[in-house]
Design a protein. Structure first.
Ligand SMILES: [Cu+2]
Length: 572
């Protein structure tokens, strides 16, 4: 078997410049191939937004190489930690890890962090076509730049339920400046402009016009299109904090995929995208081919630091009929107002399951309902996030190992609360802001159907309620509905969408609202369910689901070489 580096130098660029699919194939028989990758994780000095930063990269690349595989393939990724002092892991976001819960890449949950100098083999099957990505899941390594794209194609001969002539892949992220936490850049495929604007000539901004020649690390990757052709644009967001909106001047976007699931197509001028989500949109190059157009990504759901100056990332949609250096004739699309949540909800509610694809509807009932109140709290004077008043602190021994070796003292054996006090007023600051820390787990039986109601609430200051995109590992869930205020069991469950509920792996909760999800505990493992805003997770905004743990088999000892499982689990 040939060992192959994750990508060539031009991998991502090539996809964009040619508008074509680049398969990183290794020559094996068709279907069920094993694709080998060698990933070296290290710090590097780069200029992703034209300023020098220390970023995390893989094999010398930032973002990491794009993995492209086919349904049924097995990925075998030998990940070597080349950092000098910290551990690392990589989570394969959106891949359900059916039968391989130890390969989910969550430190202290599915495995031990990989120590400096060590190599860990992630080996798992990709079983569903779609737009995914991977990222660090230890500390704040995602914010530091540890991420890349993972795209799974349908098996040969199978067709998507929509047509396109070419495709682009846009991985969106945010980059924070160590000198000041107030300063941030948005990146498209790891590229942004911090100290200048590509559109300075067209908008009122204090930034100068960018003077880029095109070869710079921070020069935007341009989307080159042919008139009349239709393109699939894959868009995923691995931001550490920002909620985003993407628009392309003069062009409509038809949403066809969300988190690796086909949705009923709908057409919009722009899309909202929260951290942890991915979409495919179709764009037809049907506008005046003697012009170029802006592609703009701006921040939503957070007040701009400078009033009326929404942080944006820009690139161009270039009709190949003219030079890419021709400026668009008009300013970039304006990002919708940051606090227009009615608009955000209207977009999110348009997403329903594709009617013609064989996606299963949710089971008509659930066995159990867990209501999770999201609050900002104080623990020993520090601001934290808590779920039903418990702020998650991960144990030193990974849960998977604790279950495998039946260890009783490695985490809180008392399960966390399944509801919150009925008198809690979600519209006002907590009467008592103190929370406790904990690391107990919600335990599910095999095939138990579970409803989760995510209940949003006030912030500590009482001056608002933030958006939180919740991401579930090991599963897709059905989104049964969104509502305002406090969830009212009898009344609200009657409005659940049980016919066209979309399958997702990430769902947002809106300010002062609730979101209802349903999933089937059919994947033995220990799975994180958490807010995908990295600092929120870091401050305790997550819970742990343990599912049919007695059925978990074949955990490689390499995954458990730490904490109290180190002796039992040490291989060799
Ligand atoms: Cu959050």
């Amino acid at each position: 078997m040939r060992i192959m580096r994750g990508s060539s130098n031009s991998g991502v660029l090539f996809v964009l410049w040619m508008g074509l699919v680049v398969m990183m194939t290794i020559g094996e028989t068709e279907g069920g191939r094993v694709r080998h990758y060698k990933f070296d994780v290290e710090y590097m000095i780069r200029k992703p937004d034209c300023l020098e930063h220390v970023v995390m990269g893989i094999n010398g690349k930032f973002p990491g190489p794009t993995i492209r595989a086919q349904v049924g393939d097995t990925l075998d990724i030998a990940l070597t930690n080349k950092l000098s002092t910290e551990g690392t892991v990589i989570h394969w976001h959106g891949i359900r890890q059916i039968g391989t819960p130890w390969a989910d890449g969550t430190a202290a949950i599915s495995q031990c962090a990989i120590n400096p100098g060590e190599t860990f083999h992630y080996r798992f099957k990709v079983d569903k076509a779609g737009t995914y990505f991977y990222h660090g899941h230890y500390g704040m390594q995602r914010a530091a730049g540890l991420y890349g794209s993972l795209i799974v194609d349908l098996p040969k001969g199978q067709k998507e339920p929509f047509h396109y002539d070419g495709e682009f892949n846009l991985l969106l992220s945010d980059l924070w400046h160590t000198s000041s936490h107030e300063q941030e850049s948005l990146l498209i495929n790891g590229r942004g402009q911090f100290n200048c604007s590509l559109a300075a000539k067209f908008i009122s901004t204090s930034l100068p016009q960018c003077q880029l020649k095109g070869g710079e690390e921070c020069a935007p990757q341009i989307l080159h299109v042919e008139p009349k052709k239709t393109y699939r644009i894959r868009i995923s967001s691995t931001t550490s904090l920002a909620s985003l909106n993407l628009a392309i001047s003069n062009h409509k976007l038809t949403v066809v995929e969300a988190d690796g699931n086909y949705v009923e197509p709908f057409t919009v001028d722009d899309i909202d995208i929260y951290s942890g989500e991915s979409y495919s949109v179709l764009l037809t190059a049907d506008q005046d081919p003697t012009k170029n157009y802006w592609l703009s990504v701006g921040v939503r759901a957070r007040k701009p630091a400078i009033p009326d100056q929404v942080l944006t990332a820009l690139t161009l949609l270039n009709y190949k009929t003219i030079s890419a250096s021709v400026f668009p004739a008009s300013p970039p699309p304006v990002t919708p107002r940051w606090d227009d949540f009615d608009r955000s909800k209207a977009f999110t509610k348009k997403i329903i399951a594709n009617i013609r694809s064989p996606q299963p509807p949710p089971p008509p009932y659930s066995h159990r309902r867990i209501v999770l109140l999201n609050t900002q709290n104080r623990v020993e004077g520090f601001t934290k996030w808590a779920i039903n008043n418990v702020s998650l602190t991960l144990p030193t021994t990974p849960y998977l190992g604790s279950f495998k070796f039946k260890l009783n003292n490695t985490f809180d054996r008392k399960p966390p609360p399944e509801n919150f006090r009925s008198e809690y007023d979600i519209f006002n600051p907590p009467v008592n802001a103190n929370a406790t820390t904990g690391n107990g787990v919600y335990v599910f039986q095999l095939n138990e159907v579970v409803d989760v109601i995510l209940q949003n609430a006030n912030q500590l200051t009482g001056k608002g309620s933030e958006i939180h995109p919740w991401h579930l590992h090991g599963h897709d869930f059905w989104v049964l509905g969104y509502g305002e205020g406090k969830f009212k069991a009898g009344e609200d469950e009657k409005k659940f969408n049980l016919t066209h509920a979309p399958l997702r792996n990430t769902a947002v909760i809106f300010p002062y609202g609730w979101t209802a999800l349903r999933f089937k505990a059919d994947n033995p493992g220990v799975w994180a369910f958490h807010c995908h805003i990295e600092p929120h997770l870091h401050m305790g905004m997550g819970v742990i689901f343990a599912e049919a743990v007695h059925k978990i088999k074949n955990i490689p000892s390499q995954a458990l070489a730490c904490g109290l499982t180190a002796n039992n689990g040490r291989h060799n």
